[in-house]
Design a protein around this ligand. Structure first.
Ligand SMILES: Cc1ncc(COP(=O)(O)O)c(C=O)c1O
Length: 290
């Protein structure tokens, strides 16, 4: 069992994995990325992640010779090599390596890097007790639908939250709640769910998409419309979604306690349904890496 990296065609151990200091990802954040979780040796929702990855590449006009099938193959080969059943896969493509200049370099190939490491233990205690979030002004650009390497505003917001004892930072703009620094956010009001619409102000989370269809499949109405900071403070339930945290209940927003500090029934149900879904896709019935 080990961590493994893949750079432009070759597998290697992570300590041997380097890129050139003139890689445009390093100098400009000129690239896009994805994070996929692996359960029981099977990458969950890989198709969705690959689709979003290629949409991000198209949006920033980065070309690559790698196809979705190539990346899928690299992932399966890498998982076999690393022999990991519960793992986190990170991959990115940057515009390539060239002398630093803002304009796109000519005749330069993009750089593909991927690494596979043991998954980070899930936040089980927070799933049971609920997490706390603080609020921060959304100072990001207006193409947050692109999963770009430029994450400085997200990093600063998350760190400020952690420094103040909160798990996540939730971003707001013009009085409306947008999303978390690395998560999407939902509220429950009168047994209906509300979440910001998937436009260019948020990253359209893969988990968000699955939770919306799961909720609808059990007849819970989902309203993809903006909700206000005030609605968040007074919501019956609040939860976050993301690849790593899955469905994470929120029981505190700044100093305001949500649902008397208890995990609400709709959040609990969706969490259970989501776990069942992962199990179906990646559990004993799924094809496994030998
Ligand atoms: C800003 C932001 N929003 C939402 C998400 C959740 O997306 P997903 O469910 O695809 O992990 C992420 C994940 O990295 C993110 O960075």
């Amino acid at each position: 069992m080990c961590s493994i990296a893949f750079i432009n065609g070759q597998f290697m151990t992570i300590d041997k994995a380097y890129v050139n200091i003139e890689d445009r990802g390093y100098q400009f954040g000129d690239g896009v990325y994805e994070v996929v979780y692996v359960y029981e040796g099977v990458p969950f929702a890989l198709e969705d992640h690959l689709e979003r990855f290629f949409n991000s590449l198209n949006s920033v006009k980065i070309q690559t010779d790698y196809t979705k099938q190539d990346i899928e193959q690299i992932i399966y080969d890498g998982l076999k090599e690393a022999n990991l059943k519960y793992a986190e896969i990170y991959f990115q493509i940057t515009r390539g390596t060239s002398r630093r200049t803002h304009t796109f370099p000519e005749k330069v190939s993009s750089n593909f890097v991927l690494n596979i490491q043991p998954g980070v233990n899930p936040p089980t205690e927070l799933w049971e007790k609920g997490a706390s979030v603080s609020l921060a002004k959304d100072i990001r650009w207006s193409r947050c639908d692109i999963k770009s390497l430029n994450l400085l505003p997200n990093v600063l917001a998350k760190q400020e939250a952690r420094d103040n004892g909160y798990f996540e930072s939730v971003l707001y703009r013009d009085g409306y709640i947008i999303e978390g620094s690395s998560t999407n956010i939902f509220i429950v009001e009168n047994n209906q769910i509300y979440t910001y619409p998937a436009n260019s102000h948020i990253l359209g989370g893969i988990t968000r998409k699955h939770i919306i269809s799961l909720a609808e499949s059990i007849n819970i109405k989902v309203n993809q419309i903006p909700f206000t900071v005030e609605q968040l403070y007074h919501a019956n339930e609040v939860f976050l979604t993301g690849t790593y945290i899955e469905v994470l209940p929120v029981t505190k927003v700044n100093s305001e306690i949500i649902n008397n500090g208890l995990v609400g029934p709709i959040t609990k149900k969706l969490n259970e349904e989501y776990k069942k879904w992962i199990n179906n896709e990646c559990g004993l019935s799924a094809i496994k890496i030998s």
